[in-house]
Design a protein around this ligand. Structure first.
Ligand code: MEV
Length: 438
């Protein structure tokens, strides 16, 4: 019979491990040994990980891989990717190679504006609130000076603070809708600190504003928080080439391009397809976002909201055939940082950023967008020609063989055998059985 635990966070790591292993696993000794096997042998590195979060008992690691040969704005990059899905890095590398001698990827930053809001309740005359806001608008900037000083030195800061009336949707509900430039930082801490100061200023100034009644002067702050929806923090990445450079898997350039355009157009109008289409894009995006220590949940939330910005969930990529050329591009919001957060703490993140030549946040946005576009190109290219399973199952073969307990020699022989044989669960089992019986 399990009982709730008191003061778990205060137990030592060893005690936490003992507790979880004995309370929740059927073989505590095996559980303990698995957890300890994933400890880092370097005590400094382990301590850094222990302190990222509460109640750390071990590490959970993902493969860290390189997708080379990405030509982005005429500079060659090797992309670090952290991901468990077997075919993603191979697909990215293939797409990079495909575009390498066709001019590579071209990117542009459309905007870098971040957003945060103070949500509050005001009971009273709307015009009085508007007048109050006008009178005290500068105070929001002035009172936040100690927070914004160093960001301003780097060229960023608060861009705007607006009062928004939301009483159409919820009675008495207003917002301060605020925009920021956070330079090379993702900016979550900076934005949230500014917003909490705005909330204080709002409450204090309202309490002593002589035109407000006592009810109007007692503004109720509900919450102050950044928004992960950043439709003006957007990057665009594109590839293009003449149709006659596009021959693919027995298809002529024009036929291949037409199929690619059809595939994208389907994802534009059909949400069931769009979700999978964009999921494939996020395979590339998340892998680089994770490798560079950025918040992939924030990116995911913002990107999917953007994909639905026109009222229907749709494709993040676009494709056209124009003047004898195939053009394929992506436009998406990415709030990323290359300073602060994990960037100087996590040794692998530091290395990933070094591999990317220490990019600015804007450069990282462009690299990440390219990873998404490349991934989508690779997925669609397989889908409209050979089908996805051929490449996917080939990459999955080693996972299956490991699961079936194949030896190194058996794996080598079977990888060779499946070079020109269809990989399925049954065919792999059968082939392994045969080899073992030899
Ligand atoms: C699998 O992780 C991603 C794909 O399903 C993406 C797509 O269908 O475009 C292959």
């Amino acid at each position: 019979m399990r009982t709730p635990v008191e003061g778990f966070s205060k137990l030592t790591k060893e005690e936490k491990i003992n507790w979880i292993a004995t309370q929740y696993t059927s073989n505590p000794e095996v559980a303990k040994s698995v957890l300890k096997r994933y400890w880092n042998t370097n005590s400094y590195v382990q301590k850094v990980h222990d302190e990222f979060i509460e109640n750390t008992i071990s590490n959970y690691y993902l493969p860290f891989a390189i997708a080379p040969n990405f030509l982005i704005n005429d500079t060659l990059y090797a992309l670090p990717m952290a991901i468990e899905e077997s075919s993603v890095v191979a697909a990215a590398s293939k797409a990079a190679k495909f575009w390498l001698n066709k001019g590579g990827f071209k990117t542009t930053i459309v905007g870098t504006e971040k957003v945060g809001q103070v949500h509050f309740m005001y009971k009273g005359d709307k015009e009085k609130l508007e007048r109050f806001f006008k009178t005290h608008k500068n105070a929001f900037f002035d009172d936040a000076k100690t927070i914004t000083q160093s960001m301003e030195k780097r060229g960023g800061g608060i861009s705007s603070v607006r009062l928004i009336d939301k009483t159409d949707s919820i009675e008495n509900y207003y917002q301060l809708h605020c925009t920021f430039q956070t330079m090379d930082a993702m900016g979550a801490n900076f934005i949230n600190s500014c917003l909490e100061q705005f909330a204080k200023t709002l409450k204090q100034k309202a309490a002593v504003y002589d035109r407000f009644s006592s009810q109007e002067g007692s503004i109720e702050i509900v919450m102050s928080i950044l928004s992960n929806y950043v439709p003006n923090c957007v990057v665009r990445a594109e590839v293009s080439c003449p149709l006659n450079n596009l021959d693919e898997a027995g298809l002529s350039g024009i036929d291949f391009a037409k199929k690619m355009v059809q595939a994208v157009n389907i994802a534009k109008i059909e949400p069931y397809r769009a979700v999978t289409h964009n999921k494939g894009i996020m395979n590339g995006i998340d892998a680089v976002v994770l490798a560079t220590g950025n918040d992939f949940r924030a990116v995911e939330a913002g990107v999917h909201a953007y994909a639905a910005k026109d009222g229907r969930y749709s494709s993040l990529t676009h494709a056209v055939i124009e003047n004898g050329e195939f053009r394929f591009w992506i436009e998406l919001p990415l709030a990323l940082g290359t300073v602060g957060g994990l960037t100087s703490l996590h040794p692998m993140v530091k290395l990933a950023l070094e591999i990317l030549q220490k990019p600015t946040a804007e450069e990282l946005m462009q690299i990440v967008a390219v990873a998404g576009l490349a991934q989508n190109f690779a997925a669609l290219r397989s889908l409209v020609t050979t089908g996805i399973q051929k490449g996917h199952m080939k990459m999955h073969l080693l996972n299956m063989l490991n699961q079936l307990g194949a030896t190194e020699e058996e794996k080598e022989r079977l990888v060779d055998y499946f070079k020109d044989t269809v990989v399925t669960n049954a065919s792999v089992k059968e082939a392994l059985k045969k080899i073992k019986a030899d």
